[in-house]
Write a protein that binds this ligand. Sequence first.
Ligand code: ADP
Ligand code: MG
Length: 269
Amino acid sequence: EITLDPPLSTRIITISNQKGGVGKTTTAVNLAAALARKGMGVLVIDLDPQGNASTALGVEHHNAVVGSYEVLVDGVPMIQAVKQSPEHQNLLCLPATINLAGAEIDMVSVPNRERILSTALRDFLGESETPIHYVFIDSPPSLGLLTVNALVAATEVLVPIQCEYYALEGVTQLMANIERIKLALNPELAIGGILLTMFDNRTNLSSDVAAEVRKYFPKETLNATIPRSVRLSEAPSFGQTAISYDPRNTGSLAYQEAAIELSQRGTGI
Ligand code: ADP
Ligand code: MG
């Protein structure tokens, strides 16, 4: 068993790709669960109105739950809205309710609207009774104000890329947007990495896409690659991550490898 050293300061990792269905949420919750299992203190911030990350972590997110909407729009302190994931030790979640679907409009009149999450999160990290070593922010499939808040709050961004046709489509645009946020709003934002997801070793297509991504992003792309695995897709229906549902599964093992790699290589790429 590899033991991990906690980072010197909290790493805040936004999982971003404006395409839907590329594995953002699956990546956020399974990396979070893998690091929590290694004894790290972890917080997952669900910023997608679908609330899929909250579901996977077994955290309630019906519309009466106080969650990310109330933090962003009503100014509720994050410490009052964060819940413990019942399935994992050391793993907290700020849930997303369907209310969040209206948040981008409701946030428009708030001063410094790009920095609401960043400020709320820094306050939380100062107040939390337990140490938080990693924060994962699961963002919606768009480049709107929620995603901007996620990128402004982050120290790094991790981009999942699905090993499918058109994998790189939109990635150039995403990188340009990250650069823009960096210049205008968050100079410390780093590319934390690119993670290849849904790799199918029975197809040439997956290998071709993986090779192409590694050619364009040789430093950024993690060595660990996430295979297609039914376990990864069925775990959320049990209110679980694959890490807790079936830790020996190939998908779970790959996320554990990716988590270790992420932790060991730090932010400096
Ligand atoms: P996103 O958050 O980018 O929309 P998800 O993480 O929700 O993407 O993944 C999209 C769908 O694909 C979900 O149904 C999820 O369970 C499934 N999925 C994600 N990763 C894998 C994988 N490696 N193998 C099989 N299914 C996966
Ligand atoms: Mg998602």
